[in-house]
Design a protein around this ligand. Structure first.
Ligand SMILES: [Fe+2]
Ligand SMILES: [Fe+2]
Length: 270
């Protein structure tokens, strides 16, 4: 695990500002602006159809004013993860499909949160977006193990997570949680990455978020057919019951996610 990538100095500073409750909007804008590539892409996403603002956002501080501290902070975290784990990976594993699945789950998490009137909904997008980063960690540190897991999935019909458990290797939940702790990510992200297949194990203020990400993952696999990463098919009953999603809400959620996905294309190539 010592071989896992470290965040560069500016990215560490962004995380420090994001984690500090005393940070101001100006602090966040200042630290993001230190990295021209990061700030231009935060601006690009702020101007994307997904947020649908009629006027062009031209500076990071304006983005923080319009979109809010939490949203801009989470956009920066998403881009940093993309750069460190998904971008320019010269391996014959479909990382693009994994990133697309991550975006699908991010949107599902956000829309389910809205449907349930969850108070902290800005955090749901990033928790959904990062839930499977443990798979990207496997791709980085040992692509052969990842290929072997995928092959066993294909042969047995078991899900990716079930095969990890059968093989008794650290699951992508565990590797994901380790990288979140190493990179000092906010607890809400770390817990949802580390428990999205076992949401009942979280009894915390963030247990709702973990339940939502778990359900969003299952919904996304069903609706978007994200099949080449061998998704789990069984929903956790406790998570499902605690969310109390009515059938009418599920139908509305799926319709809204499909609509929103169309406007989220900028997130595919950030
Ligand atoms: Fe997963
Ligand atoms: Fe997933």
């Amino acid at each position: 695990m010592d071989d896992l990538p470290t965040l560069n100095f500016i990215h560490q500073k962004v995380i420090n500002v994001a984690n500090n409750p005393a940070s101001s909007a100006a602090d966040l804008a200042k630290v993001i602006s230190l990295d021209p590539s990061l700030s231009s892409r935060v601006l690009k996403l702020s101007n994307s159809a997904y947020y649908g603002f009629p006027r062009k956002v031209t500076s990071i501080s304006q983005a923080v004013t319009i979109l809010g501290f939490k949203t801009v902070k989470n956009l920066a975290i998403g881009i940093m993860v993309y750069d460190n784990l998904f971008k320019n990976r010269d391996i014959d594993i479909d990382m693009k499909k994994l990133w697309e699945h991550s975006i699908n789950v991010a949107i599902f998490s956000e829309v389910i949160g809205e449907e349930l009137n969850y108070p902290n909904k800005e955090e749901l997008f990033i928790c959904g977006l990062l839930h499977d980063i443990g798979k990207a960690i496997w791709a980085l540190i040992n692509p052969n193990i990842l290929k072997y897991v995928l092959k066993v999935c294909e042969k047995t019909g078991l899900s990716f997570y079930e095969v990890e458990i059968h093989l008794d290797i650290p699951s992508h939940q565990t590797t994901g949680e380790i990288i979140c702790r190493k990179w000092n990510f906010p607890e809400i992200i770390t817990l949802s990455v580390g428990n999205h297949h076992t949401p009942s194990s979280v009894e915390d203020v963030y247990s709702d978020v973990v339940d939502i990400v778990h359900v969003a993952d299952l919904f996304s696999n069903a609706v978007f057919n994200d099949l080449n990463w061998y998704p789990s098919k069984l929903i956790n009953e406790d998570a499902w019951n605690s969310l109390k999603l009515k059938p009418s809400m599920v139908i509305k959620t799926v319709q809204e996610v499909k609509k929103r996905f169309e406007s989220a294309k900028d997130f595919l190539n950030i």
